[in-house]
Design a protein around this ligand. Structure first.
Ligand code: UD1
Ligand code: CA
Length: 465
């Protein structure tokens, strides 16, 4: 038996006028991922033999984002969703099998529903199966008109509805599965005789029904799946629904979210068991967080890898790595290239950039460490900084294991502090310090006996004049 081939067509050619944006609609992000990325990802889970993305507005940007994961067909003029699907005919019109047609602006469709649609289509031998949902406020969506016996008859766009059709709560989610050949045949008969003068893809349903073919509707119980993002209001709704899904999956996976409605985790982020995330925290990009960590409140972690049992308080991390049992913050800023070891303390108002900080080192308060390699068990005192930039070039500071850098030290790079060396507080260090040496570079203090009162008197007598 020949295996059934299933293909996909993703509609991503429209302008997205209602977004009022210079960014092309399907590239707007939901939980960190472009709308069309969510759609293509879910189709990939089905393992389609071919996926064709219809591009038009912003074609180059969409292609640049999706790359060669899919094939493309260009829709030069946006004459409607039916016209958009027709653009795939040259590529797949002659294939046998089934074809999913999905909207590039519907990021919440699930693999589960796509599989249910395949099942229903195969069980019933239907020519097509559409994903539907029930909505209390279905404004804007196409309504599903069924016959008395429950058979799907047609889809009527909101703008073309009669008053009684407007009352229908079952809507078209914009995801369909069709017998491929029948679909392209039916599309030839679609006209633009409607309120929007567009070639509606949805009319293919009506055409096939009138040919006596069966169209099934699989009604999902999760109306979120049907959300199509046409404007920024829907974008925020999609974001909220996707966030609920992502956060629920983390909680079921053993992560404590103190307030999931105020915790923002991108679709791509991984978090280990028994980690607790406090409110106001945003975890994004390729971030991976280990087990038993405490993150937040009010922290932002971007593209960073964090090992087990790390605490991050009220801090910002961007392209950083953090070893196990380390604490970061409150109010620390780990910038790109921060490589923090195990059991390190990065305290309050500490900024690290392009620097490795090895195991057991403490940088407890108010420091800047940039372009540096700091060894193990180093102590960097309050207010000590690396002076890495001379206005033209960046220079490197090396601090070897067990060194002690006192408070308010300026390390003028390039400079090296040797193993177990001791740099006295308040020093401005311009020359290398050898291992075990003590460096002091500051003015000697003079105390003038009884001078405080003298000074006061002088100032007061001046004031009287
Ligand atoms: C469409 C459906 C509606 C359904 C809703 C679900 C039609 C006629 N209507 O309406 O029944 O309830 O989706 O979200 O299909 N596109 C193109 N080329 C075009 C026009 C659109 O590629 O010429 C793409 C858009 O980029 C978008 C998708 O098709 O990703 C859907 O188009 P859109 O204008 O958003 O359709 P809706 O009005 O939302
Ligand atoms: Ca839409």
């Amino acid at each position: 038996m020949v295996e059934l081939q299933i293909m996909g067509v993703v509609l991503a050619g429209g302008k997205g006028k209602r977004m009022k944006s210079s960014l092309y609609k399907v590239l707007h992000r939901v939980c960190g991922k472009p709308l069309v990325g969510h759609v293509v990802d879910v189709l990939e889970q089905i393992k389609l033999t071919r996926t064709v993305v219809i591009v038009g507005h912003g074609a180059d940007t969409v292609k640049a984002y999706l790359g060669d994961r899919v094939e493309y067909a260009v829709q030069e003029q946006q004459l409607g969703t039916g016209h958009a699907v027709q653009q795939a005919e040259a590529l797949i019109g002659q294939e046998d099998g089934l074809t999913f047609v999905v909207c590039g602006d519907a990021p919440l469709v699930t693999e589960r529903s796509l599989r249910k649609m395949i099942e229903l289509q195969q069980q019933t031998g239907a020519a097509g199966t559409m994903l539907t949902a029930r909505m209390d406020h279905p404004a804007g969506y196409g309504r599903i008109v069924r016959a008395e016996d429950g058979r799907v008859l047609r889809i009527v766009e909101h703008k073309d509805c009669t008053p009684s059709e407007l009352e229908i709560k079952e809507i078209n989610a914009g995801t369909y599965l069709f017998n491929n050949r029948m679909l392209f045949q039916a599309l030839k008969e679609v006209t633009n005789d409607n309120a929007q003068n567009e070639y509606y893809f949805t009319d293919a349903v009506d055409i096939l029904v009138r040919q006596g073919k069966l169209i099934e509707g699989y009604c999902t119980d999760d109306a979120a799946e049907a959300v199509g993002v046409n404007d920024r209001v829907a974008l925020s709704q999609a974001e909220k629904l996707m966030r609920e899904r992502i956060n629920t999956a983390h909680m079921l996976g053993g992560v404590t979210l103190i307030d999931p409605s105020n915790t923002y985790i991108d679709a791509s982020v991984q978090i280990g068991m028994d980690t607790t995330v406090y409110p106001g925290t945003k975890l994004s990009g390729s971030t991976i967080i280990g087990e038993g960590c405490v993150v937040g409140p009010n922290s932002e972690i971007v593209d960073s890898q964090i090992d087990d049992n790390v605490t991050v308080m009220q801090s910002v991390l961007n392209h950083a790595t953090v070893g196990s049992d380390t604490t970061v913050g409150p109010f620390a800023y780990l910038r790109p290239g921060s490589r923090i070891g195990k059991g390190v303390k990065i305290g309050d108002f500490v900024e690290i950039k392009n620097a490795s900080i090895d195991d057991g080192t403490k940088i407890s308060h108010l420091s800047y460490v940039g372009d540096a390699n700091v060894g193990k068990n180093v102590n960097i005192g309050c207010g000590a900084i690396t002076v890495n930039y001379d206005g033209y070039n960046k220079h490197v500071t090396e601090i070897e294991d067990d060194a002690f850098v006192g408070s308010n030290v300026n390390l003028i790079a390039p400079v090296r502090i040797g193993k177990a060396a001791y740099v006295v507080a308040g020093s401005t260090i311009t020359d290398d310090v050898n291992g075990n040496d003590l460096a002091i570079a500051r003015e000697r203090q003079t105390n003038k006996a009884g001078y405080a009162d003298k000074l006061r008197n002088r100032i007061q007598s001046k004031d009287k004049v």
